[in-house]
Each structure stands twice: as structure tokens, then as C-alpha cells.
Design a protein around this ligand. Structure first.
Ligand code: XMP
Length: 325
């Protein structure tokens, strides 16, 4: 019979058997899947595992700190943090095309990850070789990549943090038989905090694909502020489970006229995209309370400089995708 405890126990035994005395690395994205996979492998092989977190500067407010502090505190994992903001931003400079952005982010991620891997080997050269790569692949991912869902033709998804496909490693995929809700139960069993286990999905390319237009540091900071306000209000209103996720999008190349205080403004719109979904393959826009929308709108226009309008996306998927890019 299926119990979370027995799944953990069996996985730990299987990981020990597979990895033996060799070493493994795991990319952390801040998402649920890579966190739970890493915690399981850590439980099985301890310090033979090193986690790598690439801070590409496209994360939301507080996310890097969450990985660096909460995750390490909960698991005691060995963590290597790579600061790569400048590298990613200069690679993205001047680029507005969504697919091009996705490809650049995926490519840079793999390069940084390879570099980190080489450093780990160099730091402890006498040790056992690093032969294994831990990935948070779930059962639906396995089915999707075998069955082909067609979405791959729409957007090139980069599971940044868990998917350096062209690296030469043996894979450790302890979540291959689990669904998302089961992964959350395993994470809870392993003692991971709710802020990690109950997290809503967030795309690997991060805020880079939530700025329609060129990605710059200023725009990222602005979007981070708007996004933090929306998340705070949604959480305060108790909507985190009803809403599958709520991308907050900056229309960086659009300006509209507004009036604030005693003057004219000419600022950017922020789009709220709250969706309800079972599996992200299809989605409906969430009919969320007007008073919550009003609070988010008032706060974003008051608190975020250069934003003078907040609009609501009322498109289902299909025809709209969840993310704007
Ligand atoms: P779309 O926009 O295709 O998104 O309707 C479906 C789900 O996937 C997430 N998403 C991504 N996740 N890497 C990821 O790990 C990606 O490149 C990526 N692009 C979209 C999106 O947030 C939604 O949950």
C-alpha cells in the first residue's frame, strides 16, 4: 500500500543502490520538484550530493534567499550558489523575441551549470567522481516527453534548474513515478517548509519571459515589485490554492497616459493573469473577487514607479497560453 513514508524509504534505498559511493549534483530552481528530489537524494547519500543554484537575476523577490536559507536549513544540503545575473543580462541585452530569450536563458544556464560542476570536481579532486545528475522529473513529464503533447512546438520550455539535457551524466530521477500532489506529500514528510512545498508553478526562464520587450535590470526590479505586491495580496486573501498561478506581466514597450497627484503620467501597464487549472495544459481565467483586484491595482499604481495602469487578462488557455511569452 502507498504511504508517503514507504515511498521515501524505498526511494532512499534505490538511490543508495544506484549511486553507491560516487558523487552527484543537482540543480535547484527554487521550484517544488527539484527541491524534493534534492532532499530525497540528500537523505540517501548526504554529502555525496552537491546542489547548485544559479542566480540568474530573473527570480522573484525573496526567491534566492528562500533557496539559500530555508532549503539549506531544512535539509542541511551542501549548496553552491552561482551569481550569474550580469552574465544573463548581458546575454539578453537587446533581445525582445520570446523564443530567442528562452533559448539564450537555456543556453547560459547550461554553461554556468557546467562551470559549477567543473569547480566542484576541482575543489575536491581526490574524491569520487561526480557521475550523477539529480533531476526532479515527475510522472507527467515522463508521459509527456514520451507521448508528445504538442506544446513543445509552441514554446521551448526550459526547466532551468533541472534540465541540462546535453550534459553527460547518469540521471537520478527519484520522482519519476509521482504526481505533483504526491511530490508535495513526500516533501512534507522530508520536513521541507510549506513555502517550498506548496509553491505555485513558476517558469524556469523566470521573469525574463514576463517582460514583453527587452529584459533590463530596471524593468526586472519594477516587475519584481509589482509581482511581490500581487502575491502578497493574493496570499492575504487566501487565494493561493484556488489560483493555480498568477503571472504578473510588464508590457515594457507599451505606454499610456494617466494622471496622478497633480500631473500627467506616461507609464507602463502591468497585466495580472490569474488562472485556474488542473495540469497547466488547459486553464481558465480565475473569477477572483473584485475587491482583491482593486487592492492589487491601487497598491501597484501607488507603490511602483512608472506603472500607471493595471489590467486583467480574461483569456482561457486555449487560446491564450498561461505565460505571455
Ligand atoms: P504555458 O505558458 O505554456 O505554460 O501555458 C504552462 C505551464 O508551464 C510553465 N512554464 C514553464 N515551466 N520552464 C518551466 O519549467 C519553462 O520554460 C516554462 N514555460 C512555461 C508555466 O508557468 C505554466 O505553469
Amino acid at each position: 500500500t502507498w504511504t508517503t513514508a514507504s515511498v521515501v524509504e524505498e526511494s532512499v534505498a534505490a538511490i543508495r543502490e544506484q549511486v553507491g559511493s560516487k558523487r552527484a549534483i543537482c540543480g535547484l530552481s527554487g521550484g517544488v520538484d527539484s527541491a524534493v528530489a534534492a532532499a530525497l537524494v540528500q537523505k540517501a547519500i548526504g554529502d555525496q550530493l552537491t546542489c547548485v543554484y544559479v542566480d540568474h537575476g530573473l527570480m522573484r523577490k525573496g526567491e534566492s534567499e528562500q533557496v539559500e536559507k530555508d532549503f539549506v536549513a531544512a535539509t542541511g544540503v551542501q549548496l553552491k550558489v552561482v551569481e550569474a545575473e550580469e552574465r544573463f543580462l548581458s546575454a539578453l541585452a537587446g533581445v525582445s523575441d520570446p523564443e530567442e530569450k528562452r533559448k539564450i536563458i537555456g543556453r547560459e544556464f547550461i554553461r554556468v551549470f557546467e562551470q559549477a560542476q567543473a569547480e566542484i570536481v576541482a575543489e575536491a579532486p581526490g574524491d569520487q567522481p561526480v557521475e550523477f545528475l539529480v533531476q526532479g522529473t515527475l510522472y507527467p513529464d515522463v508521459v509527456e516527453s514520451g507521448g508528445g503533447t504538442g506544446t513543445a512546438n509552441i514554446k521551448s520550455h526550459h526547466n532551468v534548474g533541472g534540465l541540462p539535457e546535453d550534459l553527460e551524466f547518469q540521471l537520478v530521477e527519484p520522482l519519476r513515478r509521482l504526481f505533483k500532489d504526491e511530490v508535495r506529500m513526500v516533501g512534507k514528510q522530508l520536513g521541507l517548509p510549506d513555502e517550498i512545498v506548496q509553491r505555485q508553478p513558476f517558469p524556469g526562464p523566470g521573469l525574463g519571459i514576463r517582460i514583453v520587450g527587452e529584459v533590463t535590470k530596471e524593468r526586472l526590479d519594477l516587475l519584481r515589485d509589482a509581482d511581490a505586491i500581487a502575491r502578497e495580496e493574493l496570499t492575504a486573501a487566501g487565494l493561493d490554492t484556488e489560483i493555480w498561478q498568477c503571472p504578473v506581466v510588464l508590457l515594457a514597450d507599451v505606454r499610456s497616459v494617466g494622471v496622478q497627484g497633480d500631473g500627467r503620467t506616461y507609464g507602463h501597464p502591468i497585466v495580472l493573469r490569474p488562472v485556474s487549472s488542473e495540469d497547466a495544459m488547459t486553464a481558465d481565467w480565475t473569477r477572483m473577487p473584485y475587491d482583491v483586484l482593486a487592492r492589487i491595482s491601487t497598491r501597484i499604481t501607488n507603490e511602483v514607479a512608472d506603472v500607471n495602469r493595471v489590467v486583467l487578462d480574461v483569456t482561457s488557455k486555449p487560446p491564450g497560453t498561461i505565460e505571455w511569452e
